[in-house]
Design a binder for this molecule. Sequence first.
Ligand code: ADP
Ligand code: MG
Length: 260
Amino acid sequence: MSDIVHLNNLTVTYERHPAVHHISGGFAAGSLTAIAGPNGAGKSTLLKAIVGELRPAEGSIDRGVLTRNDFGYLPQAADIVRRFPISVADTVMLGVWKNAGAFGRFSREDGERAREALSIVGLSGFENRHIGALSAGQFQRVLFARLLLQDARVILLDEPFTAIDQRTTRDLLDLVLQWNQQGRTVIAVLHDFEQVRSYFPETLLIARELVGWGKTQDIMSPANLIKARAMAERWDEEAETCLPEEQHDEDGLAKREPAE
Ligand code: ADP
Ligand code: MG
């Protein structure tokens, strides 16, 4: 099997409420995949499960020989705190934390590599700037510089271009395509369908459950997009994860305690 990451009937829940439900399929090694779906579809939850931040409630994720360090993960902007009093260079070097010595010191070489990564993302001279003093686009460039340093085999990006200026989006999208050309597996949550169709050969469309996973031109069909939206409209926020087979009635509906 040439899948680098494989999902087996994956369900991820928050206090028993499923956010990702019965997803099966694989990301081929070296593939470039967009994850699309309505708000609340479980896209961020899925990425967190793949990198190991959330555990499956049911099913499993097969990562083969990969370890945590093989995954480079860029969370959604809302999840990143920018108030730490930390410089641009230190933020980038956190990407090589795993290589830092026993006392967590950065070497001169780490500093050099951070400077090089910052120059690739167009931020030469910003090394000592406080990260709180950057624009959204500049901060996203810093986080991409950090990913560059991490040198991960699998890169997961959660809405990397949301609220980012056009020029930065273009520059960073170029980097994403380069990473893929280098043979890395890239998975990105995106809401810009234009971008998905133009640059991402594979798409995973979810609405908690899988709507489709395969070639972008097949998956991003009007019918599938309508289906995803219809599924989102039917979500019951209080629904619990489905019960095992034996607890179902003959008509297939889960047994419920009668209301008091
Ligand atoms: P998406 O990224 O597709 O917008 P999310 O994965 O963020 O969707 O969320 C999927 C569902 O899980 C939503 O209903 C959301 O409210 C819920 N959810 C997300 N994070 C948490 C959390 N930390 N605790 C409880 N529920 C959550
Ligand atoms: Mg999200």
